[in-house]
Ligand binder design. Structure first.
Ligand SMILES: NC(=O)c1ccc[n+]([C@@H]2O[C@H](COP(=O)([O-])OP(=O)(O)OC[C@H]3O[C@@H](n4cnc5c(N)ncnc54)[C@H](OP(=O)(O)O)[C@@H]3O)[C@@H](O)[C@H]2O)c1
Length: 318
């Protein structure tokens, strides 16, 4: 059964499907998952240089375009510039690496993956380290704080001018960091991709993005459910399960629906055929304001880590 997914209009006129497939981090099996997702009507696929799976994603997308006669314009492929390519002279190089792996003529949306720059050592050293780079006992990598991420962004704008990227945006940027981009850019970011689930309070940042016509894409939208530890709480909570029962939906579907009603685009990852279909089947019911309030109650403040701390956390979790 295929699902009808609405689109949202970006501030540059392009449309983005309001639901996508996350692909971090498996490489094995990801080509099959993406193909199955396209069969289930997913048209928005999220990847990144950092994920190391762009070849498999590109293979799946090109195969399905051919097999199903889908227009390339109807697919929406997202990739991200990793932090080792932030030096303005390296931005096009980083982008072309992704483009070549995807084997596509253009990327629909290209994001700065993280607002922190790392030293470039080689294309494959994603967490480069040296003595100066030690920032804690357990995590060591070389931060390049001499690179201004606004300059990185300006180099991203050139990719749009060259036609190899249709839209540009950011990921993991807070209000202050987006404000700097808005003050210095020529092409506004269309998207900020951030961690957002019923368990993570991003209300202020989402409000800010809305005010500036920037679409929020919600990563880790299910909080990576774990059956053993029964986390996150909103997936296993009786009140959420009861809301789901009312609509014949699972708590995961209720959570994803909640995010769309908050105005965000969820990009859950799954490698299970059933759950790929389950996750996208959320556009045939609507949560009431009272049910939205039930979900709101799981929100915990996670806001405003300073950049390096957030990156440190990211490097150990992702
Ligand atoms: N921009 C960034 O910095 C950033 C950071 C993190 C993630 N992302 C993107 O966001 C995507 C999603 O985030 P995520 O992968 O971290 O977390 P997630 O989507 O919240 O969770 C993925 C996990 O949930 C399970 N799952 C999927 N659907 C389910 C369902 N209906 N019921 C129960 N379990 C379900 C999956 O297992 P099965 O495969 O077994 O279904 C998988 O283990 C990533 O894949 C990536 O594309 C971006």
């Amino acid at each position: 059964m295929s699902s009808v997914v609405p689109t949202l209009k970006l501030n540059n006129g392009y449309k983005i499907p309001a639901f996508g497939l996350g692909t971090y981090k498996p490489i094995e099996g990801v080509e099959e998952s993406v193909k199955h997702a396209i069969d289930c009507n997913y048209r928005h696929i999220d990847t990144a240089y950092f994920y190391g799976n762009e070849i498999e994603i590109g293979n799946a997308v090109r195969a399905k375009i051919e097999e199903k006669g889908i227009n390339r314009e109807d697919m929406f492929i997202v990739s991200k510039l990793w932090s080792i390519f932030h030096e303005p002279d390296k931005v096009e190089y980083g982008c072309r690496m992704s483009l070549n792996k995807l084997n596509l003529e253009y990327i629909d949306l290209y994001l700065i993956h993280f607002p922190v720059s790392l030293a470039y050592v080689s294309d494959t050293e994603l967490w480069p380290s040296d003595e100066k780079g030690i920032i804690s006992d357990s995590v060591s990598f070389s931060i390049r704080d001499d690179i201004d991420v606004l300059d990185t962004y300006k180099a991203m704008e050139k990719l749009v001018e060259k036609g190899i990227v249709r839209s540009i945006g950011v990921s993991n940027f807070n209000i202050e960091q987006i404000t700097r981009i808005l003050e210095g850019c020529t092409i506004k970011p269309v998207v900020n991709q951030i961690e957002f689930s019923p368990g993570v309070n991003q209300k202020k940042l989402i409000e800010f993005c809305k005010d500036h016509d920037i679409v929020v894409v919600a990563y880790t939208p299910l909080g990576r459910p774990n059956l053993q530890t029964k986390t996150p709480d909103f997936i296993f909570d009786e009140s959420v399960i009861a809301i789901g029962n009312k609509y014949k939906k699972t708590s995961a579907q209720v959570a994803l629906r909640y995010l769309t009603q908050c105005g965000a685009i969820p990009i859950p990852r799954s490698q299970s055929k059933e759950r790929i279909q389950e996750n996208i089947s959320i556009f045939d019911f609507e949560l009431t304001p009272a049910e939205m309030t039930v979900l709101d109650q799981f929100q915990k403040d996670r806001s405003d880590f300073i950049d390096v701390q957030k990156l440190k956390e990211f490097s150990t979790q992702y």
